[in-house]
Ligand binder design. Structure first.
Ligand code: C5P
Length: 255
């Protein structure tokens, strides 16, 4: 029997195991949903499989345009090999249109275009409900310094341009999204790279024509169906269904 792997971390949607070589981890995508109330079915069959593929698709796309990230290769339907990073305890959020918290805070109508992409930060803490924090907090508490923050904003905006374009090409508006950033060390030299995952779990995605939601807000509204339907639709449009291999599938262009 294969030796049991050492579990490093378990979150709501993912598990991290020790990887085969030092400096690597295995990231396992669960079906569990953070969005479905506990009294309803709490897991969406197939969501983990789709998010494993979708995160791979986006991370490889980022690699292709020179945006450093943690993805190394897919291991199986639910697992991918990633670089181990020292995660910065921030959710880095980029917003293109008003929705969610910014709409509430500023009384903006959902869908209002923002004057420019806005980057904001939340402190990663489930107990505190990921409170929004300012750059002043981040520097004062030593989570990142000013140079890191400049690099984080530059990374976040490159990811935004890339994702916005990819989604727009298949008729989807990228309203906002969240990424996480990690540090990797090469001797004394430190670099910041995109980590965690990029999937419909961390994005607001609306159909360009109909405004239909194709993200976890849709999950929240629909509850758990037999399949992760909005996520399947996103994967289908991008040509990334699990039956396709890697980037081999053809995206469905929507005119
Ligand atoms: O809720 P809020 O409007 O702040 O969310 C902004 C974006 O960040 C949304 O796309 C949401 O899916 C993502 N997010 C996330 N995980 C969190 C908080 C926000 O993926 N804990």
């Amino acid at each position: 029997m294969a030796p049991r792997r050492k579990k490093i971390y378990e979150g709501k949607a993912k598990i991290l195991y020790e990887g085969p070589e030092p400096g690597t981890l295995i990231q396992y995508f669960k079906d569990d949903s953070t969005e479905i109330p506990a009294h309803r079915k709490a897991s969406i069959e197939g969501k983990g499989v789709l998010n494993n593929r979708l995160s791979e698709f986006f991370m490889q796309g980022l690699t292709n345009i020179g945006v450093p990230n943690h993805f190394i290769r897919r291991v199986n339907m639910r697992e991918q090999l990633i670089r181990q990073v020292e995660i910065i305890p921030l959710e880095v959020i980029v917003r293109n249109f008003a929705a969610g918290n910014i709409a509430k805070r500023l009384g903006l109508e959902e869908g209002t275009p923002l004057p420019r992409p806005i980057v904001e930060y939340s402190y990663k803490s489930d107990d505190l409900g990921d409170p929004m924090v300012s750059e002043e907090y981040i520097v004062a508490f030593g989570w990142a310094n000013q140079q890191d923050l400049d690099d984080i904003v530059a990374l976040a905006l490159r990811v935004n341009d890339f994702l916005s374009g990819v989604f727009y090409g298949v008729g989807i508006k990228l309203v906002d999204f969240k990424i996480e950033i990690g540090r990797i060390w090469d001797g004394d030299f430190m670099r910041l790279i995109v980590a965690d995952e990029i999937s419909p779990d961390c994005c607001r995605l609306w159909d360009v024509k109909t405004g239909e939601k194709l993200d976890r807000d849709a999950m929240r509204q629909q509850g758990a169906g037999p399949m992760a339907d909005p996520y399947t639709e996103v994967a289908r449009r991008l040509g990334v269904l699990p039956t396709n291999v890697g980037h081999g599938g053809k995206p469905t262009l929507i005119n």
